[in-house]
Design a protein around this ligand. Structure first.
Ligand SMILES: *Cc1c(COP(=O)(O)O)cnc(C)c1O
Length: 417
């Protein structure tokens, strides 16, 4: 069956024909058959250079041979045990040796679970209720943070089914705005348990912090007894070995991971200073549990992924990203388009707006109709980027110069049209 028929069939059995909303692009999404390196092939026999990369996990490209081998070996030994394994220690050591704030780790199954548990821990540690998040930031699909989230939810910032009692302690402020944080802390500082932040916002396109902004958040949270959580589900092991906290030199109290950490398999993790992490059950009183926590398949893939991700690799990715952003900038200039090319390291996006994008309100000025046309033009020409203006394109180690140059040609043609 081809993608079009599969989608019609899928709509009968799966809500909306997909298992996560952003995947349901119009008129129908292509269905995957297989993928290798920088390329993904669909059921219609068409191949695409992939910049969606499963929305983040595949920094080593699809079907990385080292990961495939390691997982095959582990599969023969069992897929899940319900008792601990040596490999969990091994992966925890890889995390704590790289990530500045990480003394100890709790592995969970998704980024959503990681932020949910991190928020619970922050509330327990401080004995305070309120949490602060930034407009347009995405911390997964759980109730406490499903307020003006990014991630395809741009037109649907909240969700029915989330009682206002649940979100009344969630405070929203604009990103990159110093005064908004200061005002908030003057008025309610003593009630705030945590500020949770994506150090680089990756679910409303790509919005880096203004210079000094993360340092500012670090200072003001420390001064007011507030736990600073970096949600590094995207930036972790992407911007540097130690994630955004290494890249920007700012150390939070707690950090959440997902995506890259699982090497293409489902995982999440919560990590931070020992004094906080020891509050988690069973060493402490803050409950957190999961049947598949520390799953040996995901942990095996994660170990293999992190072992491959050394310093040299990040320099190479930075170069590829820089190359793409500069070339796209040149194309925009040549065509007299005042759109914004943004990003850093292996992340890039074009905002279809003439406004510089520092926060959610700026991002919302983008012309999504034009983005949509651009997306489909690229798709027709064998380039797959995330189907939303409010996602981010990723480059993997497997993207060759040839891949990048043919993509740039496709981008040039698409923008012309
Ligand atoms: C993807 C993402 C999450 C949610 O992770 P899941 O594994 O999809 O639950 C949380 N935070 C950020 C910053 C993300 O990008």
């Amino acid at each position: 069956m081809k993608s079009k028929e599969l989608f019609n069939e899928a709509k009968k059995y799966l809500s909306g024909g997909v298992d996560s909303p952003v995947r349901a692009f119009k008129p129908y999404p292509f269905f995957a058959k297989k993928a290798l390196g920088s390329h993904i092939q669909d059921m219609d026999g068409k191949e695409y250079i992939d910049y969606c990369l499963a929305y983040g996990p595949l920094i080593l490209g699809h079907s990385n041979p080292g990961i495939v081998d390691a997982v095959k070996k582990q599969l023969e030994l069992g897929s899940t045990y319900g008792v601990p394994t040596q490999k969990e220690i091994q992966l925890a050591k890889l995390v704590t040796s790289r990530v500045p704030c990480a003394d100890m780790v709790r592995f969970v199954n998704s980024g959503t679970e990681a932020t949910m548990s991190a928020i619970r821990l922050a509330r327990a540690v401080t004995g305070r209720k309120k949490i602060v998040k930034f407009e347009g930031s995405y911390h997964g699909a759980h109730d406490y943070v499903l307020v003006k989230s990014g991630s395809g939810a741009m037109g649907l910032p909240d969700s029915p089914g989330v009682p206002e009692e649940t979100t009344k302690n969630t405070i929203l402020i604009p990103f990159n705005d110093v005064e908004a944080v200061e005002d908030l802390i003057v008025n309610q500082g003593e009630d705030i348990a945590t500020i949770i932040v994506e150090p680089v916002m990756g679910n409303v396109g790509c919005i880096p912090p203004k210079e000094g902004y993360l340092e500012f958040l670090r200072r003001i949270t420390s001064d007011n007894g507030i736990i600073l959580i970096f949600d590094e589900v995207i930036t972790g092991f992407r911007l540097a070995e130690g994630g955004a906290q290494e890249y920007y030199g700012v150390t939070p109290d707690l950090v959440t991971f997902g995506k890259i950490l699982g090497g293409g398999f489902p995982i999440g993790a919560l990590s931070g200073k020992k004094e906080y992490m020891e509050r988690i059950a069973p060493s402490g009183d803050v409950y957190q549990a999961g049947t598949f926590n520390g799953n040996p398949i995901s942990v095996t893939a994660g170990i293999e992924a992190l072992e491959q991700l050394d310093k040299k690799f990040y320099t190479e990715l930075e170069k590829k990203g820089e190359y793409m952003r500069r070339a796209i900038g040149d194309i925009l200039e040549e065509q007299d388009l005042n759109y914004k090319v943004v990003g850093l390291a292996s992340m890039f996006q074009i905002y279809f707006t003439d406004r510089d994008v520092y926060d959610y309100q700026d991002a919302k000025t983008a012309n999504t109709g034009n983005f949509d046309a651009y997306f489909h033009e690229l798709l027709d020409n064998g380039v797959f980027i995330p189907p939303s203006q409010f996602e981010c394109c990723f480059i993997s180690l497997k993207h060759s110069t040839y891949d990048l140059d043919s993509t740039l040609n496709a981008i040039e043609e698409a923008l012309k049209k």
